[in-house]
Design a protein. Structure first.
Length: 172
């Protein structure tokens, strides 16, 4: 089994003409939300082996705050900056096979699109509720957790992930 964690970067400072989007940092609220999400992850045993993070300032800061609560190898990748779902999936599928859990820290709409693409049709009521909330919106600092009954990351396919959890900062 492989477990995929999709974490959207936390709330960033507003865009400004003098500031490149890639360089936008986290807002104070974003730092608070990320800390709460990282504690939730640790408490619930959501501990990835590898974190693949976009190279933007806000995703790096989000990743760094998560790493304070959980230990994981981290790889910052330019290709994940504002990446669409297909590019993110390709990065996940190329993850080392020894990693049982991989987290992607990235941006919308790519992460939201990928979560919706990978999530299977819900089997149980709780999974249906999580899926409905996910389809509603994937806000900043939200986390989707999907399980796949595969041995290799390259075998992950759309519609095959069990949505184990979807949590937003306001849920904590």
């Amino acid at each position: 089994m492989k477990r995929l964690y999709l974490l959207r970067h936390a709330k960033a400072v507003p865009a400004e003409p003098a500031l490149e989007d890639h360089d936008r940092a986290l807002a104070v609220r974003g730092m608070h939300d990320t800390g709460a999400m990282a504690r939730y992850m640790r408490k619930n045993g959501f501990l990835p082996d590898l974190i693949l993070s976009s190279s933007s300032a806000r995703t790096r800061q989000t990743t760094d705050l998560v790493l304070r609560e959980i230990g994981a190898r981290t790889d910052y990748r330019d290709v994940l900056y504002l990446a669409e779902a297909g590019k993110i999936l390709a990065q996940v599928q190329s993850a080392p096979q020894g990693a049982a859990g991989v987290m992607v820290v990235g941006h919308n709409p790519g992460l939201e699109d990928l979560a919706n693409l990978l999530a299977r049709e819900p089997v149980r009521r709780k999974e249906r509720v999580r899926r409905d909330v996910l389809e509603e919106k994937f806000p900043t600092a939200a986390l989707a957790v999907l399980d796949f009954d595969v041995e290799k990351w390259r075998d992950i396919r759309p519609g095959e992930g069990a949505l184990v959890d979807f949590v937003r900062p306001k849920d904590l």
